[in-house]
Write a protein that binds this ligand. Structure first.
Ligand code: ZN
Ligand code: ZN
Length: 404
């Protein structure tokens, strides 16, 4: 049995760019290592989740790891909380939240609390406490944004928002949408009442009022989502697994399925990430783990920026950093793909399929010659992201025989 190294170049797929004379960022890049891997291995095209789906990184990564998002995805709340670096466990109920300003009658004056920037970390900290056996955790994001996580027995996400979604309206009481959710709405209302009092008394808000600024005296919550209880990756596939990622949401998903996160010095989740350090850390981690997933975010960042040259350059630097990969091909199946396309011309995710390659010593070869969106259509596979784990198990000689 071989080990598995799954490399996810986030938002890798592209469309033709006029700056690159009608080529995709991959086509325009100098990528000798990726080309050699596909030429001496197998290529193909992969649809994220299902043909025609425009997916987020959360649903795509779940699917790539063998967890069907159509069965397990429960909304953005838990994944946004993970994105802020919060720990989210199966069964937790998570919300997107805003620090807002309300008047004495509870009417929302400003949904962004005067675009507060300073002190939200300390406000969030003061809002992390327990009520009736339920632990509440708040973490601040950019400006007025935050997330709330509830952890305890018998929680449900079948509840309404406290956020009225418009200024001039009163903060809403949270209501249960089912009988089982009554405990959750009750304890959340109780928590929000205590939180309100704490926010009013907080030094930061006292100071803001003295300076004539809008105080952050209300935490508006919306979009309750219960984190799915997923079968651990090790139980599902019989492999102990590690994850290398510079972005907290992907690290959070990997932790949710019981993987170990491997920290890498210099991995930033941005264009300036140290790709060399990530690959070196990956080779080392593969001595310990049977399965390793590595996310590189730079390609998606450049896609969202609409910067085709930056996306091409990121691919070139990633390719240059993977020169050492041949040394692991004896005992490892390497797969390189993305989680979805982020065309520079669109500055957002599209539903276009993207190239995928597999290589390990002894693998059969096919007619995919170059690693890009066009040449890989000549390859072996035309699959969805949900097929990737099955193919990896097969190529690593881990697949169970189907039948006698
Ligand atoms: Zn992504
Ligand atoms: Zn993206």
């Amino acid at each position: 049995m071989k080990k598995i190294f799954l490399i996810v170049l986030d938002g890798l797929g592209d469309r033709p760019n006029s700056e690159l004379h009608g080529r995709t960022a991959l086509q325009a890049s100098y990528r000798p290592n990726l080309n050699k891997l596909v030429r001496e291995g197998q290529g193909g095209m992969m649809h994220p989740v299902s043909p025609g789906y425009r997916t987020g990184s959360d649903t795509s990564h779940l699917s790539l790891l063998g967890y069907d998002p159509e069965e397990f995805y429960t909304g953005r709340g838990p994944f946004e909380a993970m994105g802020l670096g919060m720990t989210v466990l199966g069964g937790d109920v998570a919300f997107r939240a805003n620090f807002a300003t309300v008047d004495n009658d509870g009417v929302v004056q400003d949904r962004r609390a005067g675009r507060i920037t300073i002190g939200t970390d300390r406000l969030a900290e003061s809002l992390s406490f327990s009520v009736d056996g339920v632990d509440f955790f708040v973490k601040a994001g950019v400006e007025h944004r935050a997330a709330l996580v509830m952890r305890g027995e018998g929680l449900s996400d079948q509840i309404t928002d406290s956020d009225p979604h418009e200024p001039g309206l009163k903060v809403k009481e949270v209501k249960a949408l089912s009988a089982e959710a009554k405990f959750t709405s009750d304890v959340l209302n109780k928590y929000l009442a205590i939180a309100r009092k704490k926010l009013r008394e907080n030094d930061i808000n006292v100071q803001r009022e003295m300076e004539g600024k809008a105080p952050a005296n209300e935490l508006l919550v919306r979009g309750a989502g219960q984190a799915p209880s997923l079968k651990p990756f090790r139980d599902l596939f019989g492999m102990n697994a590690g994850c290398i990622s510079g972005i907290p949401m992907i690290t959070g998903i990997c932790r949710l399925v019981g993987m170990t996160s491997v920290p890498v010095e210099g991995a930033t989740g941005r264009l300036d990430s140290n790709f060399q350090a990530k690959f070196e850390a990956a080779y080392k981690a593969l001595e310990e783990f049977d399965f390793l997933i590595m996310n590189i975010k730079a390609t998606d960042v450049a896609g969202h920026d609409g910067d085709a040259l930056a996306k091409r350059d990121a691919i070139q630097r990633i390719d240059a950093a993977m020169g050492g990969i041949r040394k692991i091909l004896d005992n490892t199946v390497v797969c390189v793909t993305g989680d979805h396309s982020t065309p520079c011309a669109m500055k957002d995710h599209s539903g276009d399929p993207l190239p995928i390659l597999f290589n390990t010593n002894g693998i059969r070869r096919d007619h995919a010659r170059l690693f890009d969106e066009i040449s890989c259509t000549n390859g072996t596979y035309h699959i969805t992201s949900g097929d990737v784990m099955k193919i990896l198990l097969q190529l690593s000689d881990r697949a169970e025989k189907y039948g006698a």
